[in-house]
Ligand binder design. Structure first.
Ligand code: FAD
Length: 329
């Protein structure tokens, strides 16, 4: 187990801003778990799991916490199943699955972060969602002090959520098992992919997703970001109808688990006209306003102020409450 002190958030999050985390533990093996938990107890600091830091905004000062990161990045393919260590780069998993000719996660190409973070957030993109292919998740349950296998049905997956998110910091995800398919299952309903032929091979779909995403998101080598900063609001039918009567062109999406998803990006672009709006070193991204980008020199405080301003405008001008998808530490 490796313990580092005063680790800059600029080096462990894709926002690349902020101060330092008091401690960062890298779990090199399962055997490190009891010691890591004991270390956090001794320091009386909360234990906070972290993956690739692509959905986290750290504070400008010192975060008094013990961040814990799982190193295991193994990927074991067996027929249509793949078991992936929590520390594996998610996009590497997608690339390798596609190389194996396996379908199911190609639409989730190029999402930054790790397997562990992907499970917590139940990542989704282009009409696909991770929980569609999750079979089980192996966790260390810090309440019970033991390793457990949690089935998909016990994981409370929903829109960008899971039990691993709602019971925050209780579980350290160690690995996940995905069930993919050799039988083609093209998922081309999303507008950006509609031009693809239904007989396209899986690698062609991945390439198309990579291409589309490269136009939409800031280049991480130049800007900091955590992708879409906000969740799309989920509302009931009455609220959706009321919004549609005010904004007749507003698209809506019915969620399989119930509720109607309001596309916040559409409001940001067409109603609040936020695309490319900049305040100091913070920008509502020019190609997708839901994405908040940090120009060099931005601070965490500046980002939070920008977010507060946008949240306020959504409340006043749209009468909707919006909440961050990004975890603000
Ligand atoms: C450019 C860009 C584009 C993006 N596009 C998308 C997109 O299309 N769709 C989408 O859904 N998301 C997207 N995201 C958000 C982000 O990539 C995902 O949420 C990602 O899955 C986070 O993974 P991570 O390993 O970086 O997690 P982190 O950011 O490190 O952590 C996220 C959460 O998971 C917890 N966590 C992390 N690892 C573990 C673990 N092993 N055990 C327990 N808890 C853990 C953390 O405590 C935190 O609450 C994007 C982000 C960026 C920067």
């Amino acid at each position: 187990m490796k313990i580092e002190e005063n680790v800059p958030f600029s080096t462990i999050t894709t926002f690349k801003v902020g101060g330092v985390a008091r401690y960062l533990i890298t779990l090199e093996s399962l055997d490190d778990l009891p010691e890591a938990v004991a270390f956090a107890k001794r320091t009386s600091l909360p234990l906070v799991p972290i993956g690739g830091g692509s959905n986290i905004l750290g504070p400008d000062g010192v975060l008094d916490a013990v961040l814990v990161r799982v190193q295991d990045d193994t990927r074991v393919f067996a027929d249509e199943t793949v078991t992936v260590g929590a520390g594996a780069s998610w996009d590497r998993v997608v690339r390798e699955a596609v190389e194996h000719g396996l379908w199911g996660i190609e639409n989730l190409s190029a999402i930054p972060g790790t397997m562990g973070g992907a499970v917590v957030q139940n990542i989704g993109a282009y009409g696909a969602v991770l929980s569609d292919v999750i079979e089980s998740v192996r966790v260390f349950d810090t309440h019970q002090g033991m390793v457990r296998e949690v089935l998909k049905s016990q994981s409370a997956f929903g829109y960008r959520t899971s039990i691993y998110k709602s019971e925050r910091d209780r579980f350290i995800i160690l690995s996940a098992t995905l069930k993919l398919s050799f039988a083609p299952k093209p998922n081309l309903g999303y507008a950006d992919l509609k031009s693809l032929d239904a007989s396209s091979p899986v690698n062609k779909i991945r390439d198309a997703v990579l291409h589309v995403r490269a136009q939409k998101f800031p280049d991480l080598s130049e800007f900091g970001t955590a992708g879409s900063f906000f969740l799309n609001p989920i509302v009931d039918a009455d609220t959706a109808r009321a919004l549609q009567s005010r904004f007749p062109n507003m698209p809506v999406f019915d969620l399989p688990e119930g509720g109607i998803k309001i596309p916040l990006g559409w409001f940001f672009e067409h109603v609040l006209q936020l695309k490319g709006v900049r305040s100091g070193a913070v920008e509502a991204w020019r190609a997708q306003a839901l994405v908040i980008a940090a120009h060099p020199g931005a601070t965490s405080e500046e980002i939070k102020n920008f977010v507060a301003h946008v949240t306020d405008r959504a409340k006043k001008e749209l009468q909707i409450d919006i909440v961050p998808e990004v975890r603000v530490l």
